[in-house]
Design a protein around this ligand. Structure first.
Ligand code: SAM
Length: 302
């Protein structure tokens, strides 16, 4: 991760910056599939995302994968302070130009968002200030990044994220829905999750193969404790690992029918019909029953 001294950027006010398409053409940058690059070059769409995220002048924002900086411009227009993390070095000079236009309100970090220590990034600017995450995420790392933010020690005040539509549906799916699974349970155990905008593939340059959607995740006021959340993940992993089996069999290793009955959950039910509150009950009961034993390990690869 680098935030080193770089060649002097050109100073043009934000409102006088050239259209994004011209900026990309002048820099000779074409989208690189390896980085999941599908750009939003329509500033009106970018402004709508910033509005949906509720970003205002008082906010600190973390944006992952700014690319040519369309969404970044929209976020900066609100007056917020923005920190961006971009892996593709070709965009750094463009982003430095943007930083020069906004008088220190934009911090540009060249690095891999999967490895970045978000709490460390914001500690210097005032530890404890709420930070909103807003991003048009690279599709190849969208889910691992979301899991990192939900389960790590950095606690954003809101997340407004563009995903492939199929992933967005897996995040917001209610119990009983065919998309309902471990990702829905994790997200909804911690946040209120909603799809707030659908975007067709043609809104992006180059267009991806599938449609996209923006999801907002608003952390619950009383989220489960870290041990309970880890237990929820363990239970959900077992339950959805064998999603066609009844819970009495799928959860055999965790207590099977006895666990289900103690938690008030029908042992003949299948994972896809158990609401998030049911997973919390199963997890709490499992923790209570194994009182005194080692804490559960966090499963990976939701
Ligand atoms: N925000 C821009 C927009 O909306 O036009 C670009 C979005 S594009 C879907 C994803 C961006 O994430 C690209 O700029 C890509 O280079 C960057 N990226 C990909 N993997 C990354 C990673 N691991 N860490 C940081 N940035 C990454």
């Amino acid at each position: 991760m680098t935030e080193t001294a770089r060649p002097e950027a050109s100073t043009v006010p934000l409102e006088a910056l050239p259209p994004l398409r011209d900026t990309l053409a002048a820099a000779g940058i074409a989208a690189d599939k390896r980085f999941g690059q599908h750009f939003l070059l329509d500033l009106n769409i970018c402004r709508k995302i910033a509005r949906l995220a509720g970003v205002s002048v008082d906010d600190d924002v973390l944006e992952i994968g700014p690319g040519p900086g369309g969404l970044t411009r929209a976020l900066l227009e609100t007056g917020a302070r923005v920190t961006v993390v971009e892996k593709d070095p070709r965009f750094i000079p463009l982003l430095d130009d943007l930083a020069a236009a906004v008088d220190g309100r934009l911090t540009v970090i060249e690095g891999d968002a999967l490895k970045v220590d978000e709490a460390g990034l914001f500690a210097a600017g005032g530890a404890g200030r709420p930070v909103r995450i807003v991003a048009n995420l690279p599709y190849n790392v969208g889910t691992p990044l979301l899991v990192k933010w939900l389960t790590g020690s950095f606690h954003p005040s809101s997340l407004t994220l563009m995903f492939q539509k199929e992933v967005a549906l897996r995040i917001v799916a209610p119990a009983g829905d065919k998309e309902y699974g471990r990702l829905a349970v994790l997200c909804q155990a911690l946040c209120q999750a909603r799809i707030v905008m659908d975007l067709p593939a043609r809104a992006f340059t180059p267009p991806p193969k599938v449609a996209s959607a923006v999801v907002t995740l608003t952390p619950l006021e009383a989220p489960p404790s870290a041990p309970l959340l880890a237990a929820v993940q363990t239970v959900a992993q077992s339950a959805f690992g064998q999603r066609r089996k009844m819970l009495r069999s799928a959860l055999k290793g965790l207590g099977g029918e006895t666990l289900c009955r103690a938690a008030g959950i029908d042992p003949d039910a299948r994972a896809e019909t158990v609401p998030v509150s049911g997973f919390l009950a199963l997890a709490q009961t499992w923790l209570d029953r194994r009182n005194g034993q080692a804490a559960p390990t966090l499963p990976t690869g939701v």
